[in-house]
Write a protein that binds this ligand. Sequence first.
Ligand code: DSN
Length: 435
Amino acid sequence: MLNYVKPVTFMKEDAYWIRDQVKQHTKWFEESLPMIASENIMSPLAKEMMISDFHDRYAEGLPGKRYYQGNIYVDKVELKCLELARKIFKAQFVDVRPISGTVANIAVLFALTQPGDKIATPELASGAHISTAPFGAVGLRGLKSVHYPWDYKNWNLDVDATIKFLQKEKPKVAQFGLSVFLFPTPIKELQDALQEAGCTVWYDAAHVLGLIAGGKFQDPLSEGVDIMSGSTHKTFPGPNHGILIGNGLKEGVEAKLQKAAFPGVTSSHHLHAMAALAVTLAEYEIYGKKYARQIIKNAKALGSALYDMGIDVVCPHLGFTESHTLAIDVVKYGGGAQVALDLERANIIVNKNMLPGDTSSIRPSGIRVGTQELTRLGMEKGEMEEVARLIYRVVVKKEDPEVVKKDVWELKREYTKVRYCINDGEEAYKYHELV
Ligand code: DSN
């Protein structure tokens, strides 16, 4: 006898319930200060692309060489996307098919390495991304990891020790780039050692892609990097998507990267996101420099205000940061996990983060804070000082987060519109008001 599973009878209610959760989330974020360093909000025009018919279609391969029909306009948009990215990043090679930063990283690993090869990466507690950790994509590819000697005081590589390290280890690939990315990587200083060791140089630019595109961080490709990977939704305020960007690649490497992108790690490449990326690139050509400059100014202003209140923002001797990110040691206030939770109760959204020397990612010493999204909403130095006071009240004064939450909304209600884009001034959180 057949075993029947009782049919689900509340389908319609479930669907509405799910939509309601998303609306509540959106309203919550409207009333919050989102400061996760890896997030951002898209422009209204880019968002429109995400719900277009492009979402419902497939494209495999490259423009003009597809496996499916129906791609006439998709091809035009992808060619424009590639052209804009090549121009903005001053690059010969771009592939916009990886559907996320980690997928882009996996494509790089497949193109550049074989199982058993040696790769040099920063360590997790020094701010590396999990995809480059031995238990992340690097491990999945079966690579042997070695980690750069670290200068904990300056939150960067120890250049002299790294030169010796490269001479000794001779990794096949030298990977740079971080998820707690405070200062430019000294690629130029390492260039001779990298060449002597015969490394391919890979830079994960996810966190700082918008700063690079705005010409305000470092220009990895001109400094000696072969291939950059990135996600496109952090300081670069585009869709959740990935990108590969390269210059002067050795013969055959472009083809390997393209093969890794498709059919290696994608089938179709989320055409709606690709179109949103194209729109964001077009907008970034106009607004990118100004936006990138303000992100960094705001991060420095926030770091300085917190530090003046006695909070241990790392690297005061270096101006705290040259990017969007601050790393803050909160051990004396209960540790990263507790502090991030307390701040969340006050609608200040940050994440707990390992600091150098930490061994637990569950109970780390620090929190990580990013200014790119509040900048996108129009905040400047004065508002950063107000944000610092709100953080101080929760973290140091241990005020009731419910009380602080009201003042968070008082500040935030003036900053709910998207800036640095074509439809400047359009509401960022419209969705929760829909019926
Ligand atoms: N998980 C992201 C971050 O927060 O840095 C990167 O993928």
